[in-house]
Design a binder for this molecule. Sequence first.
Ligand code: FAD
Ligand code: MLT
Ligand code: ZN
Length: 484
Amino acid sequence: IKRDSRFAQLTGEHVGYFRSLLGSESAVIDGVTNDRAADDIEPFNSDWMRKYRGHCKLVLKPGSTEEVSKILKYCNDNMLAVVPQGGNTGLVGGSVPVFDEIVISMSRMNQIIEFDEVSGTLVAEAGCILEVVDQFLASKGYIFPLDLGAKGSCHIGGNVSTNAGGLRLLRYGSLHGTVLGIEAVLADGTVVDDLCKLRKNNTGYDLKQLFIGAEGTIGIITKVSIHCPQRSPAQNVAFFGLESFDKVQQAFREAKGQLSEILSAFELMDEGSQALVRQVTKNESPLEGRYPFYCLIETSGSNADHDSEKLQAFLEDVMEKGIVSDGTLAQDETQIKSLWTWREGITEALSHLGGTYKYDVSIPLKELYQLVEDTRARVDAAGLLGDTDEYPVRAVVGYGHMGDANLHLNVSTRRFDERVEKVLEPFVYEWIAARQGSISAEHGLGVMKKKFIGYSRNPTIVGLMKNIKNTFDPNGILNPYKYL
Ligand code: FAD
Ligand code: MLT
Ligand code: ZN
């Protein structure tokens, strides 16, 4: 892709305006007039996977909705392109510039505004870190309805902008259901105040839904109001090994039947993914034996004894029936955390091993794992499997949110390599399209999947999306080169 020549080049005059607007020294990182700022700008130009790299020279950190509005109005009037950035943990290259777009970091907008202890409605600024919000809610007996491995750095505004799914969607549902309201700023500076706190509101189109998952292409989310469930006093976790994907499916059915309302997560990991976690962390696996598949089940309920009895009975039953080969139950909080690291820690472990090609897809459950096998066979046939400089692919692994039919196909390589990418794309997308799956289940489109949207959305829908983009951002200054 080429830089869009409609966008202006940044000048000292532009920087001067932003400085006078934002006042505080730390709210502007200026690499336009100051070469020495390059090191400070570097983290905003590089994504979490170190796969995408931008060339931005200016980072702005607004402290209020009004400042976001003034920044955007000025950018729109002067044809300056921008990239909204939250915690920069996105996995599709959406949060970093492609060329010299200005990064608008939301990190200073990190206040919890209000919390209603009866209804569980939280209102907070977009730049709040997920884990910080969740800890606040824990102190009130509540839980944020989303949890994911990047919780220590991702922002709730970033979560809403990507419509992140995470580890407990099975229980608490998608952000499309839990987000009650949004305040956002459009490209021309218009503040859209839809910070509704009601669970029900059928007065006209539900416009906030458009911002959920829009990846910063139609506005910048500044505040979020969200319905938070009661935190369950009792949590239990089981981890078990299985001999086939057929058995994984049987175990899922049994778990839904036997654990019903207390089931809060059903996660899948293959042996390849666990071998990589062992290699990086040097930790002992929770089970003695090795199995092609592992599942992690979490229950959340109101009665610890009752729940752990139920989970124990479930595990005994599925082992007796020969569905599960071996399993273990966490006995306390430390063990619960430790079992979760075998699932949550995969992404980070992979990141230590070089480049990872990540495909986050939805497929009808019965064929979910077939994609991993077919991809592995294809990479092998292309002669790329080997973990050497010449054969850079270390492993083709699968894990994911089994309960949501969401697979993470990951191809771990020594380094990002065009030969590998050519073997994988568009193969993976064609495979998905042939099964009416989704090429992006929860990570979004970003820059990675922009050109592949047609594999999951028909031309009529893409056309309507383009109309929406043009209505909200006619000059196209918001997160250009991505999404559509
Ligand atoms: P960023 O990465 O900064 O931005 C993501 C996108 O949102 C970009 O397009 C950006 O422009 C836009 N954006 C950010 N803030 C705003 C805003 N205020 N207004 C408008 N646009 C904005 N995702 C899942 O769905 N499920 C998981 O289980 C999961 N686990 C992860 C585990 C790890 C270890 C990592 C590194 C990532 C994981 N992710 C997961 C991916 C990622 O989508 C989430 O971490 C998170 O939702 C991104 O939030 P962020 O604040 O880091 O956003
Ligand atoms: C996960 O479920 O672990 C996340 O979506 C991150 C990833 O896909 O690696
Ligand atoms: Zn995921």
